[in-house]
Design a protein around this ligand. Structure first.
Ligand code: CA
Length: 409
């Protein structure tokens, strides 16, 4: 495919991508957009040219605060919108060439792409689970007995999921120093978690499990996901019911939802699962995706520092298995629900997806280009996640999620 829109070779938003998001411009209300190169495509303006007429989409769908109503039209419609856009952006005689549908991305504001109903966080990287098991439990038996039999997860908090560019405050809470009673104050061990999340694209019925075979029909697309963690608050509170205030103060996502269809060419086999999993978790076909991931720390006014380079293909449990497991008891899912992967670590230490692992629980120090040191995240640091898939000259990426940490209120 060759588009008449010019963009650089290393753009995440090539003609092969065509993601969906929500933007506003000047004083206009939020509406649905796509993106090519560094141009935002106003889909309400595109719809007015008539190129989507045969799909019979209600005009009100384009002028929404969230993608939910658009996603709920179903993949038959949303995939057609993407394919029609690709065709027009390659057609030298397209009506889009003569209309006012493009706006440079630096002139717009990007919003939360979906209204998140429910948020679930998995724990599906064997390297991450092993690293944490070694740090906090038994180096010889790092994985708990259930880990290779089911994709471990918990229900998170949807209200505090925010889009890239939204500052977060260092959380305050209870911590338990080793040598004193519990104290209350600003978290001292603030951390990122390098994750990706998928967005549910179709409602299921309460009582009806989704099979691994049918899972792709329920997955609309993916975003980058930084699952902020207050390690000291979490350590004291999590027994026996799991993550709570150490996790629910914020998670940050990238603004463009890259469709599962755009990621199809980058599918690869996942790790061999041994022991064999129960029948409801078995699957056919390639189910992992080769997506290069990066975490950077940028102190205020300073250069960016790469602190981790990982890959989504390392995941032990894939999205199909996660969704099959999530619903096997009859739990239903809804359009806009968000399912995060869990921290994505690789085998070598340059690919660890959290400061907890990079600093070995606070034992090792990272020196940044400006000479300052980190074991965890400081106030006024920016944390940036980037990700893209690339194969045979085709690049499909996510852009970034960039968040500034402000001092505790
Ligand atoms: Ca997490």
């Amino acid at each position: 495919m060759n588009s008449w829109v010019r963009y650089s070779e290393d753009s995440d938003f090539s003609i092969y991508n065509i993601p969906f998001g929500i933007f506003s411009y000047n004083s206009s209300s939020p509406r649905i957009a796509s993106m090519i190169g560094d141009q935002v495509i106003d889909l309400k303006a595109v719809a007015e040219t008539g190129i989507f007429d045969k799909l019979n989409i209600d005009n009100s769908v384009w002028e929404s605060n969230y993608l939910n109503a658009f996603i709920a039209l179903g993949k038959e419609i949303t995939n057609s919108v993407r394919l029609i856009l690709q065709k027009e952006l390659c057609n030298e005689d397209s009506i889009l060439k003569t209309t006012d549908v493009f706006i440079p991305v630096q002139e717009v504001r990007l919003h939360m792409p979906v209204k998140v109903g429910d948020y679930t966080d998995f724990y599906s990287s064997i390297e991450h689970a092993t690293n944490l098991g070694k740090l906090f439990r038994d180096p010889e038996n790092a994985l708990l007995p259930n880990w290779k039999h089911l994709p471990v997860g918990y229900h998170g908090r949807a209200s505090s999921i925010v889009v890239s560019g939204t500052n977060i405050y260092r959380p305050k809470g209870q911590q338990k120093p080793a040598d004193s009673d519990p104290i209350y104050g600003p978290c001292k061990l603030l951390d990122f978690e390098l994750e990706m999340a998928y967005i549910i694209g179709k409602n299921s019925n309460l009582g009806d499990p989704i099979s691994t075979k049918d899972a792709d029909n329920y997955i609309f697309g993916k975003v980058l996901f930084n699952d902020w963690s207050a390690r000291d608050i979490q350590k004291w509170e999590y027994v026996p019911l799991g993550p709570f205030l150490g996790k629910n103060f914020a998670s940050s996502i990238s603004p463009w939802v890259v469709t599962l269809e755009a990621l199809e060419p980058f599918k690869v086999d996942g790790p061999v699962q041994e022991p064999e999993v129960l029948p409801y978790l078995q699957y056919d076909g390639t189910s992992n995706i080769d997506i290069n991931l990066q975490v950077l720390i940028q102190p205020e006014g300073q250069e960016e520092n790469i602190v981790s380079e990982s890959n989504f293909k390392y995941m032990y449990w894939n999205m199909r298995q996660q969704l099959a497991h999530h619903t096997v008891n009859g739990c239903n899912v809804k359009v806009g629900d968000m399912m995060a992967s869990g921290t994505i670590s690789g085998k070598d230490e340059k690919s660890y997806g959290s400061m907890l692992e990079i600093s070995q629980g606070g034992k090792k120090t990272l020196t940044l280009k400006d000479g300052t040191e980190r074991k965890f995240i400081n106030d006024n640091d920016y944390v940036i996640l980037r990700g893209y898939a690339q194969k045979e000259g085709i690049r499909v990426g996510f852009g970034e999620v960039k968040t500034k940490v402000l001092a505790a209120k």
